[in-house]
Design a protein around this ligand. Structure first.
Ligand SMILES: [Zn+2]
Length: 581
């Protein structure tokens, strides 16, 4: 009987996978809904992270949203209306790992998408790891066509969570269940999947080179059969020759008459106006364009649903974990800004994607047996052009145009040498050349101070903080300084942290000029939604401020596990009370 049931489930998974290749919509699912009893701990924890979903965006566009997606979360969930990341460098790996661990980057170690490795003397991409190669030959980053500048930094095609310090919620779940919990992370971005799966889970992410979902030898020796089948059906190719089109009548959108704005990124062949063509699947940038549109989220959804079915998540009393990180909102935000017709349509489509996922989970696991938590790795700034059109000052920063001559001369005057003292500046961190400082017999703290003083003279710099000064507590205990301190890891952080003024940021992505870039400690970058739904939770809006580090210890408390090792906060009482009802 067990075996028969297993066969039926595998068959159901295959049927689901086949249905998906043509429509990328709801996979066929013959399994009946679960019974009525609500169990004390959820069978499935479904953690959704929407890359760059600023806290105000779901509410801003909810009017045109349908049922079952964001409305389900709003009408049934505990919604925290003022949630923030508490660290200064609001980038993707930093935010994801904070959500996963409940720790600050100072503690979990992921202080930036990229940092300078003082041991190797090279910039390093957060989760790159030469020990664990990607399983699909030739599916690693193609530097010739990669437009995500942080991905291009990786000098190896290996990936693993080894650099993440301490445990994630998913790790604690594995420990708590004697390894019986099934734990998975899925995303278009490798860093969106690997961070959340933790050390104990399995991660899959999208390869823009192969057009399929891939993993590394850290997780598997060979792909599970269902992953091979999924990839062989080439779901991405279903978009060949198609375009990203508006979901609704243009006039129904808040930004319906704002499609053609000069500050939007006019990517060759993709354009600023609807429809945005994907081109042929033979095209060099075909898969990239899918990721820059809601199609990336559709593929992620289809893969996640197949995973839920094939791996039979949430089918017994052992709590399983699935993290789905949707990346399209981030790329759409970078290209068009959060106040654009593209972002509005993207979020309406994301709403449909969420509704589809929740309906699928309802059928297979039951939402009452599932705990959903949705948040974001960071928010995002408005396009300066958009703010300027409303009379609000904002602009792009161009550090490469800074006249560095006076600063270099000041260093030379003081220490006898100038630019040799700077090893690397990858915003927000400046790394000093410690070898040169040592060889010249200089005092590191004195050099830091002079560089800080010179940086502060540059236009657009709001704050430059040296690590020595941070360590010695030489600053007033302001929220800004606290956020920089939470980002400070002595092994990986640079010697000086630079904060640009509000509404000022770099918009150069290694030669590609984009519309907006997050990464600051300002409120528009720290502000994210946090909502818990499912189980016995009922609708509640919570207005007091919370931090994203609160999420992981809340999850461990609900499943009865101990808090992640570096987590610094307490469980959210509104969620615990709702769940214990
Ligand atoms: Zn981003």
């Amino acid at each position: 009987m067990q075996t028969l049931r297993k066969h039926i489930r595998i068959a159901a998974a295959l049927v689901g996978a086949l249905a998906m290749t043509t429509t990328i919509a709801r996979a066929a699912d013959p399994l009946p809904p679960q019974g009525d009893a609500v169990e004390p701990t959820p069978r499935l924890v479904l953690q959704i992270t929407v890359d760059q979903l600023r806290g105000d965006l779901p509410g801003r566009f909810v009017k045109n949203m349908g049922e079952g997606g964001f409305r389900y979360l709003m009408n049934h969930g505990v919604w925290y209306a003022d949630a923030h990341h508490a660290h200064a460098n609001t980038e993707t790996i930093v935010g994801h790992t904070t959500l996963a661990t409940g720790a600050d980057p100072a503690t979990h170690g992921m202080i930036g998408n990229v940092w300078f490795d003082r041991q190797t003397g090279k910039l390093t991409y957060n989760i790159e790891d030469p020990m664990y190669r990607i399983l699909t030959p030739g599916a690693d980053v193609d530097k010739a066509t990669e437009i995500d500048p942080t991905q291009k930094v990786a000098s190896t095609d290996g990936r693993s969570p080894a650099v993440i310090l301490g445990s994630t919620f998913s790790d604690e779940l594995a420990i708590h269940t004697a390894g019986r919990a099934k734990i998975f992370g899925v995303s278009i971005k490798d860093r969106g999947a690997v961070s959340m799966a933790g050390h104990a889970g399995k991660a899959f992410w999208f390869s823009k080179t192969s057009g399929g979902f891939i993993t590394s030898s850290y997780y598997y020796d060979r792909y599970p059969a269902w992953v091979n089948e999924w990839n062989q059906q080439k779901p991405a190719s279903a978009y060949s020759g198609k375009s990203w089109e508006l979901l609704h009548e243009k006039s129904s959108y808040l930004f319906g008459d704002a499609d053609d704005k000069p500050w939007e990124t006019d990517l060759a062949g993709y354009g600023r106006l609807f429809p945005h063509p994907y081109g042929s699947d033979k095209g060099k940038y075909f898969n990239t364009r899918l990721t820059l549109s809601p199609a990336g989220d559709d593929l992620t959804l289809a893969f996640a649903k197949t995973l839920i079915a094939a791996e039979q998540l949430g089918q017994d009393e052992v709590t399983d974990y699935l993290s789905v990180s949707f990346s399209s909102t981030d790329y759409v935000g970078h290209l068009f800004g959060p106040s654009s017709l593209e972002m509005e349509d993207n979020l309406l489509r994301l709403d449909r994607t969420l509704a589809d996922l929740f309906a699928f989970v309802e059928k297979r696991v039951g939402l009452k047996n599932t705990l959903i938590v949705l948040s974001a790795d960071h928010g995002g700034p408005e396009a300066p052009g958009y703010l300027n059109s409303l009379g609000i000052p904002a602009r792009y920063m161009t550090p490469e145009k800074w006249d560095k001559e006076p600063a270099i001369n000041a260093l030379k005057q003081k220490f006898g040498i100038g630019k040799e003292l700077i090893q690397s500046y990858r915003h927000p961190y400046v790394y000093l050349n410690r070898k040169v400082i040592r060889e010249k017999g200089l005092d590191q703290a004195v050099v830091e101070k002079v560089v800080v003083d010179e940086l502060m003279k540059f236009e657009g710099v709001a704050l430059a903080v040296s690590s020595t000064a941070l360590r010695e507590g030489k600053f007033p205990n302001s929220p800004l300084i606290q956020s920089v301190l939470r980002n400070y890891n002595p092994r990986r952080s640079g010697d000086i942290f630079v904060v640009f003024q509000q509404h000022c940021f770099i918009n150069d992505f290694d030669g590609l000029t984009v519309t907006s870039t997050h990464g600051s400690p300002w409120r528009y970058d720290t502000f994210v939604p946090v909502v818990f739904a499912g189980g016995r939770l009922t609708a509640r809006r919570v207005d007091h401020t919370i931090e994203t580090v609160d999420i992981a210890p809340t999850l461990t408390a609900i499943v009865g596990a101990k808090p992640p090792s570096g987590s610094r906060s307490a469980p959210l009482q509104e969620v615990l009370q709702g769940f214990a009802k």
